[in-house]
Design a protein around this ligand. Structure first.
Ligand code: DQA
Length: 145
């Protein structure tokens, strides 16, 4: 069991953070964010496992794995799958591990197609709009659960 482990799962196009639309998503890379999460997690007595995939099914598999491995929580930035994926919604509902939805941007201030979140309708809570800090705030929330 890995009850001090936090899975940090990232969906499509987040591998391009740093160069992808920096005016919206900032100039930090996913590795930069992972480094900050590792530092803060270690201060909290936790560990993070940061992953990224452009494939929906990988994210589903990793959610199942988080429960099977006894992870404490999952931070999930599902990227655009947030707005399309009933499979991710169902996977979050299918596991008991708490899932915190994370976004760099605030989807509610953007295009209308981003206002619907299938992930948010199943997640324990959502942190969005604070750039890379959203992940660190979500880690604090996970630590407090
Ligand atoms: C995002 C917001 C989504 O709408 C978008 O498709 C992304 C990134 C964010 O972190 O702000 O890929 O999840």
């Amino acid at each position: 069991m890995a009850e001090n482990m936090i899975y940090v799962l990232n969906g499509p196009n987040l591998n391009l953070l740093g160069t992808r639309e920096p005016a919206i998503y900032g100039s930090d890379t996913l590795d930069d964010i992972a480094g900050r999460l590792e530092d803060r997690a270690s201060a909290l007595g936790l560990e993070v496992d940061v992953r990224q995939s452009n494939h929906e099914g990988h994210l589903v598999d990793w959610l199942h794995e988080a429960q099977a491995e006894g992870a404490k929580a999952v931070l999930l930035n599902a990227g655009a799958y947030t707005h399309t994926s009933i499979a991710l919604h169902d996977a979050i509902k299918a596991i008991r591990t708490p899932v915190i939805e994370v976004h760099l941007s605030n989807p509610h201030t953007r295009e209308e197609f981003r206002h619907l979140s299938y992930v948010g309708q199943a997640a324990k809570g959502t942190i969005a709009g604070f750039g890379a800090l959203s992940y660190l705030l979500a880690l604090e929330a996970a630590a407090a659960l």
